[in-house]
Design a protein around this ligand. Structure first.
Ligand code: SAM
Length: 193
């Protein structure tokens, strides 16, 4: 990732996240996680990219930088009005708005109406809902498609996260591994139709 305009917005959001007076926490992924996702996306050429949990748009910018390169687009879901406004501003400032569709509202309702197939999904929203995002999205993943879910290590022991890990491990048409980067990310690839 070499776009200075994108990096300057990422840096601004990193500073904003430290502000104790924000009306809601931003809970960004780590920069290293963002870079890894960007590299994986560039390598795979993924075009249809979905994110659950936009927040300020910090993670979305890493995804959208790759989507632009791949000739694709990121669809991202967020329900907080405060964060929706912040994210829209971030996308404009980074020059990436044309490569992002921000869907406002509860992702559980939004993803029901979204058609697949998806090349790549990034899950980083309500931990207790991970298992529901997975069950709704897995049938819409293309063969070779990848779902990455954040907070596997930071939220170890939380029921929703443990249920997610067990479920991806027993998928007959999936191959899954926990990557110890940032908060811990579960990579699950759909290996057959
Ligand atoms: C951990 S933060 C996302 C951080 C973001 N991915 C990043 O790294 O910059 C989780 C976000 O998911 C949103 N969220 C939680 N449950 C949601 C739901 N059911 N539908 C849409 N957004 C949801 C929260 O409002 C919050 O902004």
């Amino acid at each position: 990732m070499k776009d200075e305009r994108v990096w300057s917005v990422l840096q601004k959001l990193e500073e904003l996240e430290k502000n104790p007076n924000l009306e809601e926490g931003l809970w960004h992924i780590s920069k290293e996680t963002g870079l890894l996702l960007n590299i994986v996306l560039r390598h795979s050429g993924a075009k249809r990219i979905l994110e659950i949990g936009t927040s300020s748009g910090y993670s979305t910018l890493f995804l959208a930088d790759a989507a632009r390169e791949n000739g694709g687009k990121v669809t991202t879901c967020e329900l907080s009005p405060f964060k929706i406004q912040l994210a829209k501003q971030s996308f404009d400032e980074a020059g990436l708005s044309d490569y992002i569709e921000l869907l406002e509202g509860n992702a559980l309702e939004t993803i029901e109406r979204l058609d697949g197939p998806w090349d790549f999904v990034f899950i980083d929203a309500m931990k207790d809902e991970y298992i529901f995002y997975l069950s709704m999205l897995w049938p819409k993943m293309r063969k070779g498609g990848l779902i990455v879910a954040d907070n596997m290590l930071s939220h170890e022991g939380v029921l929703g996260i443990e249920a997610y890990k067990v479920t991806v491990d027993i998928l007959e048409d999936g191959s899954s591994v926990t990557v110890p980067i940032g908060s811990g990310d579960q990579f699950t690839c759909k290996i057959s139709e």
